[in-house]
Design a binder for this molecule. Structure first.
Ligand SMILES: NC(=O)c1ccc[n+]([C@@H]2O[C@H](COP(=O)([O-])OP(=O)(O)OC[C@H]3O[C@@H](n4cnc5c(N)ncnc54)[C@H](OP(=O)(O)O)[C@@H]3O)[C@@H](O)[C@H]2O)c1
Length: 240
């Protein structure tokens, strides 16, 4: 008699308490993954396990390592979704080195340390997915630390791809455009005129829904063929 085997798939998502990370948590649950969230506030989805972490706290990954490894266990496949980030208004002519370092700590260094901590639990078919941004390969004014960190994150994805050759682990950087989340709203506010002006830069004339980005992330987890790719998910930005 043939025994039925179920694969144990686990997704560890940073910043799954809201926005794109929350949508990713839902998408991975729908695909049969156990989902673990790392953020300061819990993910509102009942099925998700939470580890409360402030990734700007010094040595956070060492302090939480035991808890992290216990939550992850020994899955057949592990997908890391490096999603948590901060977007601050700052400019190249006044951004302090200290402020840039802090943004790098969350947006770039945390993905590196988390990947290293969980690498021993990543078997063939696992993935390291980086939520970058359109601003990972172009720049706008007054977002210097964010633009710089997202360019670096794409570099980290490419380096990870090269250094993981032969491991069976694949990588990708997903670059969302204007997605309707708290992060975007904190930047553009809720004035419909401002929203319309932002949407006028998008070929489809609207903001992206977080679940549209989550569908791309979930596709990347399931398809190793994307290894090393930088994937735009922006509904088509109008170049002027
Ligand atoms: N929205 C857009 O238009 C857009 C466009 C391009 C790229 N992106 C990228 O997409 C990703 C998600 O953005 P979003 O728009 O969904 O943002 P969001 O709604 O502001 O969510 C950000 C997430 O990051 C977590 N986070 C922030 N600081 C943290 C810290 N110190 N420690 C632990 N977790 C922290 C937050 O959780 P807690 O507050 O609970 O800690 C939250 O879950 C980011 O990488 C962002 O750069 C977004």
């Amino acid at each position: 008699m043939q025994r039925e085997t179920t694969m144990d798939k686990c997704a560890l998502i940073t910043g799954g308490s809201k926005g794109i990370g929350l949508a990713c948590a839902g998408a991975f649950l729908d695909s049969g993954y156990r989902v673990i969230n790392l953020s300061r506030n819990p993910c509102p989805l009942n099925e998700v396990s939470n580890i409360a972490v402030d990734m700007l706290e010094e040595d956070w990954h060492r302090k939480h390592l035991e808890l992290l490894l216990a939550a992850v266990g020994e899955p057949d496949q592990l997908s890391l979704v490096h999603n948590a980030a901060t977007l601050r208004k700052d400019s190249a002519d006044s951004l302090s080195a200290e402020a840039l370092r802090e943004v790098f700590e969350l947006n770039v260094v945390a993905p590196l340390t988390l990947t290293q901590a969980l690498r021993p639990r990543m078997q063939d078919g696992s993935s390291v997915l980086f939520i970058a941004s359109t601003l990972g390969h172009k720049a706008v004014a007054n977002s210097c630390s964010y633009v710089t960190s997202k360019h670096a994150l794409i570099g980290l994805m490419r380096a990870t791809c090269q250094d993981f050759v032969g491991t069976g682990i694949h990588t990708a950087a997903i670059c969302p455009g204007f997605t309707d989340t708290a992060m975007l709203r904190s930047h553009i506010g809720t004035d419909p005129a401002v929203e319309a002006s932002i949407a006028s830069n998008v070929a489809f004339g609207r903001l992206i829904r977080p679940d549209e980005i989550a569908a791309v992330v979930s596709f990347c987890a399931a398809n190793a063929v994307v290894n090393g790719s930088v994937i735009d998910a922006n509904l088509g930005q109008i170049e002027r």
